[in-house]
Ligand binder design. Structure first.
Ligand code: 5GP
Length: 217
């Protein structure tokens, strides 16, 4: 049975939602949080550091971990595998920190099934066209990867319904989202944060409509 202790913060959001920037701000503003570094079979991007961004492993190494029950959860995402190592999550949680799992929705569900002391937050861009713009501007992905990630963003948004809170990351509102996350984890009233979505069905409808109309297409 889920309680609201919030020792684990599940943070999800599609690629380009701005989770990375938001998290950086959360860590600047509060020392109660610790980041869980994941395993991945994807290649490092420029600037990514082994053991800080990810543990970069081969498929064989990854499945050794999985087979031996060393992962809290794992999934395949856009042709690569990602997983959360058990031992560090438990250690940091026992030390009294809020452990941040920055993971996609499939893995998030697995964590929700295993733990009862989590708070889940989903970050969404304001619209599909804003997301497309951000992904292209980022310049780190191939066209194939951009298309896959855009497509996946829609599925993830539908899955966001199982999250405790869904927050919109408008351009230039990173600080507001970071403060909302800290506030939510401190037990403040979620309704008091203007970046929080209250009607997700309405938002999904508008998000998708943006895909088919408008000047960007
Ligand atoms: P990226 O390749 O852009 O770093 O990450 C792709 C997606 O995988 C992101 O949505 C990210 O949150 C997610 N991800 C990163 N680590 C993990 C993990 O350990 N488990 C799961 N399920 N997803 C992860």
């Amino acid at each position: 049975m889920k309680n609201n202790k919030g020792n684990i913060l599940i943070l999800s959001g599609c690629a380009g939602s701005g989770k990375g920037t938001i998290l950086k701000r959360v860590f600047e503003l509060s020392d109660r949080f610790r980041y869980s570094v994941s395993l991945t079979t994807r290649s490092p991007r420029p600037g990514e550091v082994e053991g800080v961004s990810y543990y970069f492993v081969t498929k064989e190494q990854f499945f050794d971990y999985a087979k031996n029950g060393k992962l809290v959860e794992y999934t395949e995402y856009c042709d690569n595998f990602y997983g959360t190592p058990y031992d560090r999550v438990v250690k940091m949680r026992d030390e009294g920190y809020i452990v941040v799992l920055e993971i996609e929705t499939d893995g998030a569900r697995q964590v929700m099934d295993k733990f009862d002391d989590y708070i889940s937050v989903f970050i969404t861009p304001p619209s599909y066209s804003v997301l497309e713009h951000r992904l292209r501007n980022r310049g780190t992905e191939t066209e194939d990867s951009i298309v896959k990630r855009l497509k996946r963003s829609k599925t993830e948004l539908v899955h966001s319904k199982v999250y405790d809170h869904i927050l919109i990351n408008y351009d230039n509102r990173v600080d507001d989202v970071a403060r909302a996350i800290i506030g939510i984890c401190s037990g403040e009233d979620p309704q008091s944060f203007p970046v929080r979505i209250n009607d997700i069905d309405d938002f999904i409808l508008k998000y998708s409509m943006n895909d088919f109309g408008g000047a960007e297409k």
